[in-house]
Ligand binder design. Structure first.
Ligand code: DQA
Length: 150
């Protein structure tokens, strides 16, 4: 059994009440339960962290990289929220930590405002899941397990 980190960025603590027409009715607790279930079906465990602070997310990615190298972690399922579109620092953290990351977005960012069409995270990601609602977290976990345990 290995562990997967499910990392959520800014405003994802508001899931369930935030723009439900875009993000749906599921809360962050629902999403984390879904992730635990998806990982358990594949024989793995999940740790969850949400932060509204870029530096906390960077620290978590660096720590995840160290744990991947120590064989304690498979990688990270990461919804960077709006930092997706702004953060060179998250891009550099993923590359610098050499941590396998599957980037996930609940909404189809490419069907939304132009400022959501570019991701600084995608070029550093092992894979991307976009537009499947919160079910995308399940797909991201399955994809991360396939990529890292292939
Ligand atoms: C999001 C998409 C981002 O553009 C937005 O800023 C979010 C959520 C998504 O999951 O669809 O906070 O990452």
């Amino acid at each position: 059994m290995a562990t997967i980190l499910v990392l959520n960025g800014p405003n994802l603590n508001l899931l369930g009440q935030r723009e439900p027409a875009v993000y749906g009715a599921a809360t962050l607790a629902d999403v984390e339960a879904l992730c635990r279930d998806a990982a358990a079906r594949l024989g793995h465990a999940v740790e969850c962290l949400q932060s509204n602070h870029e530096g906390v997310l960077i620290d978590a990615l660096q720590a995840a990289g160290r744990r991947v190298k120590a064989g304690e972690l498979l990688g990270v399922v990461f919804n960077p929220g709006a930092f997706t579109h702004t953060s060179v620092a998250l891009h550099d953290a993923i590359k610098g930590a050499e941590v396998p990351v599957v980037e996930i977005h609940i909404s189809n960012v490419h069907a939304r405002e132009a400022f959501r069409h570019h991701s600084y995270v995608s070029p550093a990601a092992a894979g991307i899941v976009v537009g499947f609602g919160v079910d995308g977290y399940r797909l991201a976990i399955e994809g991360l397990v396939r990529k890292t345990t292939g």
